[in-house]
Design a protein around this ligand. Sequence first.
Ligand SMILES: [Zn+2]
Length: 466
Amino acid sequence: MLDVLEYAARNQERYLSQLFEILRIQSVSADPARAGEVRRAGQWVADFLAGTGFEHISVMETGGHPAVYADWLHAPGTPTIMVYGHYDVQPEDPIDKWVIHPTPFEPTVKDGQIWGRGTSDDKAQFMPHIFALEAWLKVRGSLPCNVKIFIEGEEEGGTGGTHDFVRSHRDLLACDAVALSDTSWFSPEQPTIVYALRGISYFQVDVKGPARDLHSGVYGGMLRNPLNAIGQIIAGLQDDQGRLTVPGFYDDVVPLTEVEKDEFRKVAINDDERRKDLGVEALFGEAGYTSLERNWARPSFDVHGIWGGFSGEGSKTVIASEGGFKFSCRLVANQDPEKIRGLVEDHVRHLAPSGVKVDVKGLHGGTPVMVPVDNPFLKAGQDAVEAAFGKRPVLVREGASIPITAVFLEDLNAPSIMVGFGLDSDNIHGPDEHMPLSHFRNGIAACVHLYKAFAGVVIPSHSRVP
Ligand SMILES: [Zn+2]
């Protein structure tokens, strides 16, 4: 593999200038006025692939922004890996907050960083895969394993057309695992692979009381105040140990293993520093778990908004006729958002006190994903990143979600191997987005290793956690 790595090393300047080409394209998927730019970025990827040896290259219509597909499937007996990434970016607003690098779409290298919108998220993260695969094809004329490329254009905002596209193109996209780089390291010194993401169930509750707003002196004590009822329902949803009170809620939660707890200990956060940083008196969450365990591997419950009645200055003695609140539960493997939705809705109705009309509805759901820590593709990812960066990546989970990974799991039965090269400090979605140049360069080397390592994997009977 040395020859391929050497080729990649020799071509670093070209890779950087080609990365700059795609960074200059203003592929802001949330902005209808720049839909043409999004398409142009997809076309740029397709044009790049055209010179590499990849086949069936096409910019495919998804119903939303287009996605780029290509494949090279001439390594019989090896796994088929799908490279996933997204060439769309977040809007650059507020433009006046870009102070270190005032031109989001004119990239530059400064202080060891590549600056520009779409560097860390996700162009400088997915392009290393493509450059590494090009290096294999140029040097060897073949890839170590079968590869499909699927780069989408509406991860940051769109119609969901890409998700529908995956669901309706299962044969085209069928694969044994998905390789993606769209996550960040736990810290600048610690390479990191994410093996699980939480899902979500989101709810709205509307509470109706009297037919009109009432005076609390004239009517107080005669009827149930809907806002009091809201407080009662919210308080009833969680006990003082931080656990949801919904019957059956925890039934499908996969318990943390000792191996996982050991991995988490390698990156333990300092609770006291975190507490100070957040400006709270104390951290709080489900009893019996560390903060990271609670954030990554346990479900959580948060109210997002409460409305109703009077919140202006001074006092007004009103009994509001109605109010409501929104809340969500973050879910972990193997909780099913649909099942949770039913359980939570039933429990909210159960908690609803008499004298008010309580209407609860689930707004949206997302499935949690998890790759078992003994999955061989995960180990291949660790080996590859260690070879390029000189330090073995720790296996972590994340508290948030990447919804398409749930689609890959549900519709392709493929685990997502999240080999990220970014840092939390890269300012993705914000002004002055950047990514370390060394992570881009070593990322290419890591990807050269990665596809070789994937080739040696005996395809396991994955991917759903038992
Ligand atoms: Zn991203």
